[in-house]
Ligand binder design. Structure first.
Ligand code: ZN
Length: 486
């Protein structure tokens, strides 16, 4: 028995050693590749961040190699420790693979570098787009996480940890916008990689990037109020208890009311009559979706609403109907309605802003009637909406007080400003824009102004607005330039 155990241990250690050596030399190779490959100033920050992560990976590998090297007798304790590190290796090597992809997307022209990653458009423009996408993600991360202190559970309770967040965008095969985080140790601090996945088809559909704000809001929720996700290795943010209480209250009230809405609908009686708990937990996620939607709307304003409609509201998808079924996302029409109601509270005197909102209202309801046959779910949607309305004040309070720091710009005002300039031909796209969020508002405002002109101020062509691409390339060029200059 003893012999067998020893054999398994040495084989395991041998494998572990080999993997660590490979990972370490690969990350060092990549570090020097970046150092020799860097040419453009807009990639300097990426190179610095990437090298920091790669150094942390190398250090981790080397420390473990030292440790394994010094094990002469396989004591149970040491083996346990080695096995523990081995379990972490998967996350380190996944981070390494992600970095390889990120590096290749930004330095694609070095043919000396052998890569497995395929089918990224190898255009000169591509690194510039990646750098701009990094930039907007960095700014959003700052809006959500500025002044936050990270903690982890130590021997005697919480310990504050210096943590550096590094956001990095990857355009790839993911059909969704999503953020995944991984935490690495460095000598002085913890490093959290925020890996933002954007579907490759949205490389040039930059106007949809405001969707990243929604995803970063999820990360903030997970690292604060979602206590069940905390584990000793997970960094989280200590949260004011009144924020936690408000969240729990909202989650409790809304989940019950939403569940009731489903209970009273045909959907429930036809499909879920005998298994009500089957969709209890998906419904509990709805509150996060709505909070993330409002957070995104509070940062970007109308562009966040339009992005959502673009990504999820294409009439060729029967999403409103499909999403009326209990899934982990609220029905699309509920999300649109919630954002719209929130934006209405901000509108004030901004005429083009309120006009755009009422156009959306008109067009969406006509789409709902004619394409989605929404009336089949009218009762459900109505009770769902009133569940949200009865908690609306607290939803907004939670977003403003606990989810984001105050939005840095007055987006209703900017919207009206740009739409009126474009409608009166008083500006052209060559004027530089100095604030990142404003760049997106300007781009969507341009699109909106063109749409209003096409329709002579009339209705019914919302789809045309959503799928209008004429100025896309030109606006993209400007947006990328502006972001990379900041
Ligand atoms: Zn979401």
């Amino acid at each position: 028995m003893e012999k067998e155990a020893k054999f398994v241990s040495s084989e395991f250690l041998e494998n572990f050693r080999e993997s660590l050596k490979q990972m370490s030399s690969f990350s060092q190779e990549m570090c020097s590749y970046i150092e020799t490959g860097i040419t453009a100033p807009y990639l300097t920050k990426f190179a610095k961040n990437c090298n920091l992560l790669l150094t942390a990976i190398t250090e981790w590998c080397e420390a473990n190699l030292d440790f394994i090297e010094n094990i002469d007798v396989l004591k149970e304790e040491e083996l346990k420790k080695a096995f523990n590190s081995y379990c972490h290796m998967e996350s380190y090597s996944e981070t390494l693979r992600a970095l390889e992809k990120a590096v290749y997307q930004r330095f694609p022209l070095k043919n000396a570098y052998h890569v497995f990653f395929h089918s990224v458009p190898l255009e000169l423009y591509y690194p510039r787009i990646c750098a701009a996408a990094d930039k907007i993600t960095q700014i959003l991360t700052k809006i959500f996480f500025e002044n936050c202190t990270f903690f982890e559970m130590g021997g005697e309770g919480q310990i504050a940890k210096e943590a550096k967040i590094i956001p990095m965008v990857m355009f790839g095969d993911s059909p969704y916008y999503q953020i995944s985080t991984s935490t690495l140790e460095e000598k002085k601090q913890k490093i959290i990689l925020f890996r933002a996945d954007i579907p490759r088809c949205d490389v040039y559909r930059y106007r949809l990037w405001p969707l990243l704000a929604h995803e970063i809001a999820h990360v903030k929720l997970n690292k604060t109020v979602k206590a069940e996700l905390r584990s000793p290795s997970e960094l989280y943010i200590s949260y004011p208890s009144e924020g936690q209480k408000l969240y729990e209250k909202l989650e409790g009230a809304l989940t019950l009311e939403i569940l009731n809405a489903y209970k009273n609908s045909d959907i429930f009686s036809n499909s879920y009559k005998n298994k009500p708990y089957q969709f209890y937990s998906p419904v509990a996620f709805h509150i996060d979706e709505l909070l993330a939607d409002i957070a995104s709307a509070s940062i970007f304003g109308l562009p966040s609403l339009f992005s959502l409609i673009c990504i999820a509201g294409d009439p060729s998808f029967d999403l409103i109907t499909r999403n009326a079924l209990p899934t982990d996302h609220p029905p699309l029409s509920i999300r649109i309605n919630t954002i719209k109601n929130y934006l209405k509270t901000l509108g004030g005197q901004s005429s083009y802003f309120t006009e755009a909102l009422s156009d959306v209202e008109y067009d969406i309801s006509s789409l709902e009637k004619t394409i989605y046959h929404f009336s089949a779910f009218e009762d459900l949607i109505n009770s769902y909406n009133s569940a949200i309305e009865s908690n609306f004040g607290e939803i907004i309070k939670f977003v403003n007080d606990y989810l984001i720091s105050k939005p840095e710009i007055n987006h209703p005002h900017l919207w009206t400003h740009y739409v009126s300039l474009y409608l009166n031909d008083q500006t052209n796209l060559n004027d530089a824009c100095s604030k990142p969020i404003e760049c997106f508002i300007r781009a969507w405002a341009k699109r909106w102004a063109v749409y209003k002109r096409l329709n002579d101020g009339g209705h019914n062509s919302f789809k045309q607005f959503i799928s209008y691409h004429k100025h896309e390339t030109k606006i993209l060029g400007q947006l990328i330039n502006d972001l990379n200059r900041m």
